[in-house]
Design a binder for this molecule. Sequence first.
Ligand SMILES: Cc1ncc(COP(=O)(O)O)c(C=O)c1O
Length: 421
Amino acid sequence: MDFPLETVRRKFPALDLTDKGRRRIYLDNPAGTQVPQAVADAVARCLLTTNANLGGYFETTVAAQKVVDDAHAAMADFLGAASAEEIIIGANMTTLTYHMSRTLGRRFKPGDEIIVTRMDHEGNVSPWLQLAEDLDLVVRFLPFDETSWQVEETALSALLTDKTKLVALNYASNLTGSINRVKALTALAKQAGALVYVDAVQFAPHGLIDVQDLGCDFLVCSAYKFFGPHMGILWGRRDVIDALKPYKCRCSSNGLPERFELGTPQIELMAGLTAAVDYFADLGAAAGESGSRRRKIAKAFEVSIAHENPLALRLIEGLSDIEGLTIRGITDPKRVSERVPTVSFTVDGIVPETIVRQLNAENIFLWSGHNYAWEIVHQLGIPAEQGVVRIGIAHYNSAAEIDETLESVHRVVAMLRQQRG
Ligand SMILES: Cc1ncc(COP(=O)(O)O)c(C=O)c1O
């Protein structure tokens, strides 16, 4: 079945907005996606009809508890978790990772080793570096291969020792877009006895995650990157998290996952989270899947990928004939399934921000900078204060939007070149 682009677009009111008569093109998706009406409605409905704290016996508190339970169940389906008890919901990926890193730190001792990558967003680097500083852990940096744009198994093997306690790695990069072979990397780390913490923030909008198949111990993502509200979700393998003692109030629940969810939850956003997961399920159902919610989500990703990958290739091809432009990521069409549709580039002699500002002025939304992919820009020798131009596709983008953006990039680069003389 073809991707139902027009039906999908109609679900996102923000796509129809204009500014001073100008259409908007959203290509800032790796930094955050727009939401379907159903997500906004679910948040509003929760606030307007079931707004209460948890733990009581009256109508609204019982309803609020159901909102919370539903969100955990929805994310268990989204991630392929064994149970909703493995789903920890919090403010965002970064906060969840800082919290979990401190909890894990209670089991680490001076001299223990941890591995972080040169491909990760800082949200999966800084918490571990600072933990290492506090506890005198040894940090090993795992580089990515600048030809494959991925972390190679051989590179990981070279760093693992019997002292390695944790490997923190990403599923897909927010700058290069490349997808790591997380299952193979995890298997190596597990053989060495290390825990594996996976940042799937950028993969989650573009592919089906199966935490049980990956074999990792933790996996974290952010709902606002996959058409949901601003919040983060951390999956933890039950036997691992059950043995952990998080920092928490003495009198709060010791159950799972409540033990890891501090204070009053973002209940209304959880309502939106369930709606975001159901949005994927509805897309899968429309594509012909009538099985479980998980199966519908899987189908949704199947049709979504079939739409996104050609758009990514169109973008890459259209950029490739600009002289002096270097795409920082996989460009080989045969390897399109090894990347998400986030394409970053630099142009010789032109500061990325100047290109981005011109495009932003044409109401094409995208970002420049290092985008917290601090290690990547350093490994590539790109000035961190400049970074790259990043164009990030979501499945609601159209071929016409990509073509219009390409036309603008060509025109703007030519103009900036001319200005330089
Ligand atoms: C790969 C990756 N990891 C982590 C984060 C941080 O996510 P959050 O804003 O939910 O803390 C981002 C945000 O852009 C990201 O792209």
